[in-house]
Design a protein around this ligand. Structure first.
Ligand SMILES: Cc1cc2nc3c(=O)[nH]c(=O)nc-3n(C[C@H](O)[C@H](O)[C@H](O)COP(=O)(O)OP(=O)(O)OC[C@H]3O[C@@H](n4cnc5c(N)ncnc54)[C@H](O)[C@@H]3O)c2cc1C
Length: 398
């Protein structure tokens, strides 16, 4: 990084998405006068997401500052499979990008030494600072690179693909239960012109009010192709088949998230810290990252920039990598040893486990006993036994 330095910051956060927004909030909650610079290339923070999470995955030390991000919450949630319906008495919640952007911007704007720069692209990231597309060099004590998922082409990954429509409904529905997984829908992929292509498919319904809901059609598939128009039509058909008449579509989101069975590389343990999705701080078997992004944010906020790395960080990173490896194993079994039409059975099996195991699974906090319960005594129903037996030894698990 060249010399003409214009500022010196405690933290330079590159990318204004979920990970760095949480780091900014956690840091300013711990040290309101911290010198935090958040740089985002887009004109707004947070992209176009609805982030969902289990309320129990919010660590106690984060609850006060995290609370304003919670836009909708449900006291319970349900899952449905062809031969099993369950309601879990655990609270579930969401935060929209708009809410996230407003809260982070307000918090940054109210902090005496924090600055938010929107519409600024960072082109170079180093241990002592960054360079922007405009050629400005900015120096900082800790640089966090959370620029979101890298483009990656790999054969060692399945994909989570979805199209979600936020709709206004004519007649009221029960808005006290979030439907996390309705896997009673036909099990097929979302590739135009390939009606026989298979995938694990489920619909996700988050009622934001009696007449407003986010309805997302999701596919766990080996192919990354997503026929957005076709899936949009399937969402409308799902609602129509259930007698839910749509008055209008308010918003749409879609995504294709990798579900890898090999890590892109080890977790970064030095400055600049590669964090968020880019740094592997996400759940490989769900694509979700709120719990782990929060864990990392709280860790950084509790320390001076120079004290972030060391034995404690190694413990955090080791724990995360261990949990991620288990997620990779699940992905390998799901995408290489389970016929697409049978995949729903794997998830049905998980939802037959005690609720606390399910919660720890989403939070990447499984115990060794949980893992035994989930998988290791025998592969779950639907997984091809012989293929699983070839995969498990390579993970040192049999
Ligand atoms: C549509 C969608 C829905 C999702 N829903 C959930 C969910 O319900 N629950 C959940 O836990 N996870 C969800 N995820 C997965 C995961 O939580 C998100 O991908 C999450 O946003 C990752 O956070 P991040 O901060 O690593 O990256 P991002 O949130 O993607 O943020 C990266 C930011 O960096 C910016 N940037 C990129 N390059 C530069 C640059 N050169 N200079 C400056 N800025 C740059 C980008 O514009 C972006 O704003 C979802 C993902 C998608 C795509």
């Amino acid at each position: 990084m060249a010399s003409e330095s214009t500022a010196r910051w405690d933290l330079i956060l590159v990318g204004g998405g979920l990970q760095n927004g949480l780091i900014a909030l956690a840091t300013l909650a711990a040290r309101p006068d911290a010198k935090v610079l958040l740089i985002e290339k887009a004109d707004a923070l947070g992209g176009n997401h609805t982030w969902s999470f289990h309320l129990e995955s919010i660590p106690p030390e984060a609850r006060a500052w995290f609370e304003p991000l919670i836009e909708h919450r449900w006291p319970r949630y349900a899952v449905k499979f062809p031969d099993l319906s369950r309601t879990l008495e655990h609270a579930y919640a969401t935060c929209s990008s708009e809410r996230f952007a407003a809260i982070v911007a307000t918090r940054m704007g109210g902090a005496p030494n924090a600055e938010l720069r929107l519409g600024v692209e960072v082109v170079e990231v180093g241990p002592s600072g960054v360079r922007t597309g405009g050629g400005e060099v900015i120096e900082g004590r800790l640089v966090v690179d959370a620029r979101g998922p890298r483009e990656r082409a790999t054969s060692d990954s399945g994909y989570q693909k979805f199209v979600g429509l936020e709709v206004e409904l004519e007649a009221p529905i029960d808005d006290q239960v979030a439907l996390l997984m309705d896997a009673t829908v036909p099990q097929r992929d979302a590739i135009a012109g390939q009606p026989s292509a298979g995938a694990f498919r489920f619909v996700y319904v988050l009622p934001f009010s009696p007449t407003r809901a986010l309805v997302e059609d999701t596919y766990f598939a080996n192919d990354a192709t997503l026929d957005i128009a076709g899936v949009r039509a399937r969402v409308m058909a799902y609602l129509g088949d259930r007698g839910m008449r749509v008055v209008r579509v308010l918003r749409e989101e879609h995504g294709v998230l990798p579900m890898p069975w090999r890590a892109a590389g080890p977790v970064s343990r030095k400055n600049p810290l590669v964090a968020g999705y880019r740094g592997g701080w996400f759940h490989p078997a769900t694509g979700y990252s709120v719990p782990v992004a929060l864990r990392l944010a709280c860790f950084i906020a509790a320390r001076a920039p120079e004290d972030v790395f060391g034995a404690e960080f190694d413990r955090l990173a080791d724990g995360h990598e261990k949990e991620a490896r288990f997620g990779h194993l699940l992905n390998e079994l799901l995408f290489t040893a389970t016929e697409p039409a049978q995949r729903w059975k794997v998830f049905r099996h998980f939802y037959e486990l005690p609720d606390d195991v399910t919660l720890r699974f989403y939070g990447m906090e499984l115990t060794a006993a949980d893992k035994r319960k989930m998988f290791l005594r025998r592969p779950p129903p639907g997984v091809n036994f012989l293929k699983a037996m070839r995969i498990l030894p390579s993970w040192g698990l049999r």
